[in-house]
Structure formats: C-alpha cells, structure tokens
Ligand binder design. Structure first.
Ligand code: GLY
Length: 400
C-alpha cells in the first residue's frame, strides 16, 4: 500500500515514506472517525423510534413510515450487531445497553430450526457480543443456534436447506446461505466437534460446484432433488432473471468464500473469492463509484436503481480479501473497497443525521421483483458499511 502511495506522491527517501504513511493513516482515521460518529448519532435517532419488542427493518421517507420486524425475520441480528461495532468504536455505553436490550428479544431464535438465516441473525449479533464480552451465556446461545442451523443439513444433498417447500422433492439452496457458515466454523473452534466445520465445508463445496457459471457469477437459487441431490433447476428469486447476476447475491458469494478461506485456509476458496472479485470489479456495468446496480444485468442501466447494501458488503469482503493476497492484487482490492466506502459516505447514499428514519445509508434494494423494500435504507447495508469502515481503519493502521 505504501509503495503505491509513494508512487503517486513521489517519496524519495525513507523519512518521506514514513511521513506519507503517517499522513495516510491520519486521513483514514479522520474519515472513519467522522463517519462512525455520524453513524452512532443516526442509530441514536433510530433507537428512539423503535417500538418495544420490535427490530428495525426499513423506513419509507415518502410516507414517513418506519417498518419493523419480529426477532424471527432474517435481518433481526444486524441492528444489535451494528450497535456493537459502534459501541466498540465510540465507547458510548448507550449503544451497548441498547444492543443488550435487543439481544434479549433475539435469544429465543437459538431454537429456530425453520430458517437457514441463523448465521446472519445470531452470529452477526451474539457473535459480536461474545467477542466483546465473552460469556458462557452467549456461547450457549451461539452453540444452540449452530445446532439449529446444522439440523437443516442433508448429507445426501451435502448442503444446508435454505427454504422449505410444499413439494417434498424440492431442496432449495440460495447463494446467501454462504453467509451462515461463519457460525458453524465458530462452533467447531469452540467445542472441538468437527461436525459443524464439516457441514460448512460440504455446503461451500456443493455451492461452488452448482451455483456458479463459467464467468463466476452465481445463480440465486439452486433446487436440488431432495432424494438424491441432483440439480433440478437453477433460477432467481430476487434478481432480474434466472441467468442474471443479482448484485447482492454476488456480494454474498464474495464475502462467503473469503470467510470460508479465512476459516479453512484451503486455497480453492481463496481462488473462488478472487474469481468472484474479478467478475465484480471488471464488470462493464459496474459504475465508476463502484456501487452496483441492483442487478448487473438490470434493464434500464444506466437508469436502473443502485443497491447500496451490495456496495457495502463488497467493500467489507474486498478489504478482508486484500489481506489474503499480495502486491498489486491486494492493492487493487483495497483501493476498490476504499472507493466504495468513500462513495457510500457521501450523497446520495449517506443520509444526513436526523433524516432517513435514523438509518445510515439510503438506496438499498431488498426484493425488487416483489416490489418489496425498493430504494430504501436496509439494516444489512448499514451493518456491512460500519464493518467495512472498521476494517478499513484497522488495515490502514496495520500497514503503517
Ligand atoms: N435473502 C437475503 C437478501 O435479501 O439478501
């Protein structure tokens, strides 16, 4: 990173190099700090709006309507997860107390076996709580959550079922499910029981084999035959078309294989993540600010909607991926993530404090084909944006 900075700025000796590096770290710290302070202020606005017993989902500015969910909804862990990141960065106890209040609402989901989203819901919340203040109570909740998630694994299909179906022959797996594996890797690390790790690895392998196209874009949904694991159909649910590249799906894949490499150190997952990164960053429809349209093959590009959430997930994933490769490739991923973060930290994506219902980012796309949560703030966009800010600062510090 330093080499590239010096190339741009023309450092001629080691003193200049050190000064350049320090200046870059200070710039980054200032940028991150300012955005974290604003994000924390926004989440205090959000906190005030939240009815008892509910979790934030989105906000509709045109009608000034705040939409919430119960703890069973797949996004329920992002709000406490974001609060915990913001608490770590600011030390503001009000954020920690609010996170702990909503974790109580989420607790019962540890026994929920009707969803594959337990990684998002429980590891994205209790995982952070346990990292910050490790406790047996949090560990037990996480372990029960891992058991519930593992109950959805089928050894014949070699994958975790994402969605239940009325047809007993259907076994539906979506690319998003890669994000739930973190919880399973943690459970093996914690207990020494390799079952969880093996399920995660098998799921990642099956997904690698069947979800991806030759250009390393991915299908959203693969429907396996529940009896023998053969692929019956590949299609979309949230994308523009069965053969299109739904932007958030690509981002989940990038993040998911980067994380799987972190947990296994198996180079085939690193290779997969690199290929997905190349698909994303070289795509002719990726705009200059690097925040993707909601689908890389959306109709009406360049007038199609952007999905800020996909931009935030990509930024966070690329920052981690940049640590697993070296030289120009590392620099490329780091700089792309930096562009994404800078874009997201400005209009039109970043909301002014006090506006946007207290959410940090605007212009996310939830489920466009169902006309649900279109061009709105999304808790997961906020979550991965804040995570990426933290990763960006940590990396710049490490490289200093
Ligand atoms: N199904 C999770 C998402 O919308 O990305």
């Amino acid at each position: 990173m330093l080499a590239a900075l010096c190339l741009q700025m023309g450092c001629s000796n080691s003193t200049q190099q050190a000064e350049t590096s320090t200046a870059a770290a200070e710039d980054t710290a200032g940028f991150v700090d300012q955005n974290i302070q604003q994000a924390a202020a926004q989440y205090k606005v959000l906190m005030e709006k939240l009815p008892d017993g509910e979790l934030p989902r989105t906000y509709y500015a045109s009608t000034n309507t705040f939409q919430t969910s119960g703890s069973e909804w797949w996004t329920s862990g992002f709000y406490p997860g974001t609060l915990l990141y913001l608490y770590e960065e600011t030390g503001d106890e009000a954020l920690l107390n609010e996170a702990k209040r909503v974790l109580k609402l989420l607790e019962k989901e540890q026994y929920n076996t009707s969803t594959h989203d337990l990684g998002f819901m429980m590891f994205g919340s209790f995982g952070h709580a346990n990292r910050i203040e490790p406790s047996q109570e949090y560990k037990d909740i996480l372990l029960n959550s891992a058991k519930s998630l593992a109950s959805r694994y089928d050894p014949d299909v070699k994958a975790i079922k994402s969605w239940d179906s009325d047809n007993p022959k259907d076994y539906l797996v979506i690319i998003d499910n890669m994000m739930n594996l973190d919880l399973l890797f943690w459970a093996t690390r914690e207990t020494g029981d390799s079952t969880y790790h093996n399920i995660a690895v098998n799921h990642a392998n099956t997904t690698m084999q069947h979800h991806f196209r030759p250009d390393y874009s991915s299908y959203h949904v693969v429907n396996y035959n529940a009896d023998n694991g053969e692929v019956q159909l590949k299609r979309t649910e949230q994308g523009n078309a069965d053969d299109s590249a739904w932007a958030r799906g690509q981002a989940w894949g990038l993040y998911g294989y980067t994380m799987t490499y972190r947990e296994t150190k198996d180079p085939k997952y690193l290779e997969q993540a690199r290929k997905i990164a190349e698909f994303t960053l070289n795509h002719p429809n990726l705009p200059e600010d690097k925040i993707p349209y909601w689908d890389y093959n959306a109709p009406n590009i360049p007038n199609a909607l952007r999905d800020a959430s996909a931009g935030a997930i990509n930024a966070s994933a690329l920052l981690e991926l940049s640590t697993f490769v070296s030289g120009q490739e590392s620099e490329k991923y780091f700089r792309a993530a930096e562009t994404m973060l800078k874009s997201l930290s400005e209009e039109p994506y970043k909301a002014k404090v006090g506006e946007n219902g207290g959410f940090i980012l605007q212009h996310g796309v939830g489920h466009l084909p169902q006309n649900s949560e279109v061009d709105v703030p999304l808790t997961y966009g906020d979550h991965y944006y804040v995570e990426a800010l933290v990763r960006y600062k940590d990396l710049q510090n490490q490289n200093n």
